[in-house]
Design a protein around this ligand. Structure first.
Ligand code: G3H
Length: 482
């Protein structure tokens, strides 16, 4: 969708291959193909968004609030009709199980409605006049300019839209490039984008990052880089911008969220939350629990119950009714996870669950590794897949020191009962990360909650409320009585 035209592509294409199959006769399936666009289309797209914004004088950034809301309502109305097709593609393209795929779609629809409501509140507040020293002031929020938006493969709909929708509704124009996996599922939505928004307000293109995102950044026409992914790509893209210091960044990046299980924790609760927290969608969530710190006095019981629960998780195709664990969409992921396991075993860890590390071509059963130490790769790397490292601690200062030394600072899960221990700990933990989950797993939602991180985990805050502010600037009109 470039400059208001749904183009028919005649150039080179790239096949979209699905690795999703739990049968032993596994064979990758070609699901479709996408255009391999390059610099020419990238420049068409960025020029189109730049022209549509027209330095703040375009139709979209100057449109009345009610009319922008109508466009968004029109979009979401049409989007709802694509549910079954998008859900099917979520399962086939990224292997997300049926319940979670449906949840991702429904959560996104709800996200759009909630954003519209929050936008109304924001404008209602903004419409209030205050009078100070004889000057009437009307505070507003105004758009920033042109946004380049790059979404992740693990939430190709929901997280992408958590950038796209607030950026659009605030009056910015957007160029959007989907991730490598979870790309076909946007096709059913192209018509809705095309029908709902004026020409150039949203441009959607396909291609490798270096082929399309690089020329877009080099053009210098991007005002905001908004990306969910890794810090390496974010820095590389930022560096391509001719005036990178003026670029606004809204980034959701890596995390290595720990769970800390105190001696008085409810072990059964901690086990269920940690299994879900570490292995929902096979651990392919930036919010997943990626390292466990268990107090040495309860480690034996915790490990036994945790391993048994992991071994009982049903594996299957995403569309199988009970499947919790599903095949992995990235063909090289099983080998990468195997590498982490081999390294940990060579340095003294054991796989403590029976099924841990069982391999097929496109899957590796979650391995629970114990005891993990700081010399192991799995301690440092964001595994983003099915492997769970467990460490023990004697003194609570040990996990706190590790968190302070970490490059990341998104969330933590803390399990414990005694309020006199837990309360002062929370005061420390909120200074190390941005969300403390007491007796529960780490997660992003509900989407009204702030979603951000310290250090290399994020730049800017995404919640419905915060995202509208992130994608805009506070302006005001000051008027003297006459
Ligand atoms: O990959 C990171 C996602 O934002 C995780 O979202 O906690 O809702 O699964 P979630």
């Amino acid at each position: 969708l470039i400059d208001g035209i749904l183009k028919t592509w005649k150039g080179a294409t790239t096949e979209v291959i699905s690795t999703i199959s739990s049968t032993p006769e596994y064979a990758p399936t070609v699901l479709g193909s996408i255009p391999s666009m390059g610099e020419k289309e990238a420049l068409e797209a960025i020029n189109s968004s730049h022209n549509a914004f027209n330095n703040g004088q375009g139709v979209w950034p100057t449109m009345k609030v009610q009319d922008r809301i109508k466009c968004m309502e029109n979009f979401v109305q049409q989007m709802k009709e694509t549910r079954s097709e998008v859900v099917k593609l979520l399962m086939w393209e990224i292997g997300k199980n049926k319940a979670d795929s449906e949840k991702e779609f429904d959560r996104t629809v709800e996200y759009i409605y909630d954003t519209i409501e929050e936008y109304k509140v924001l404008n209602h507040e903004g419409a209030r006049f205050t009078k100070v020293q004889g000057i009437n002031a009307m505070i507003k929020r105004s758009p920033l300019g042109v946004v380049l938006c790059l979404g992740p493969y693990n939430y190709p709909l929901n997280e992408t839209f958590a950038l796209l929708i607030p950026a659009l509704i605030m009056g910015n124009t957007v160029v959007f490039k989907p991730a490598k996996f979870g790309v076909l599922l946007l096709s059913p939505l192209l018509k809705a984008f095309h029908a709902a928004f004026p020409k150039g307000v949203i441009n959607i293109l396909y291609g490798r990052g270096r082929a399309v995102a690089a020329p877009i950044m080099k053009s210098g026409l991007v005002t905001v880089l908004s990306l969910i992914g890794n810090s390496k790509s974010a820095i590389a893209l930022q560096d391509l911008h001719p005036s990178k210091n003026k670029l606004r960044l809204i980034l959701g990046l890596e995390a290595k969220n720990p769970a800390i299980i105190l001696p008085d924790a409810n072990i059964d609760l901690a086990v269920s939350e940690c299994v879900l927290g570490s292995l929902s969608f096979n651990g392919q969530r930036c919010t997943a629990l990626k390292i466990m710190y268990v107090h040495e006095s309860i480690a034996e019981e915790f490990n036994k119950k945790f391993s048994a629960k992991v071994d009982a998780l049903p594996f299957g195709n995403p569309w199988d009714e009970n499947a919790f664990l599903t095949p992995l969409p990235e063909p090289d992921k099983p080998a990468y996870i195997q590498g982490l396991i081999d390294d940990a075993q060579a340095k003294g860890a054991n796989i403590i669950n029976e099924k841990g590390g069982e391999r097929t071509e496109n899957y590796i059963f979650p391995a629970v590794l114990f005891p993990v130490n700081k010399n192991m790769r799995v301690y440092h790397e964001e595994q983003f897949g099915p492997v769970v490292p467990i460490m023990t601690f004697k003194d609570i200062q040990e996990p706190l020191d590790d968190m302070a030394a970490s490059d990341y600072g998104q969330q933590v899960s803390l399990f414990g009962k005694d309020i006199h221990t837990v309360a002062p700990l929370i005061d420390v933990l909120v200074n190390l990360v941005c969300r403390v989950n007491l007796n529960s797993l780490c997660q992003r939602g509900p989407d009204v909650f702030p979603f951000t991180g310290r250090k290399d985990s994020a730049v800017g805050t995404l919640s419905i409320h915060d995202a509208l502010r992130s994608f805009s600037i506070r302006t005001f009109v000051a008027a003297k009585d006459n």
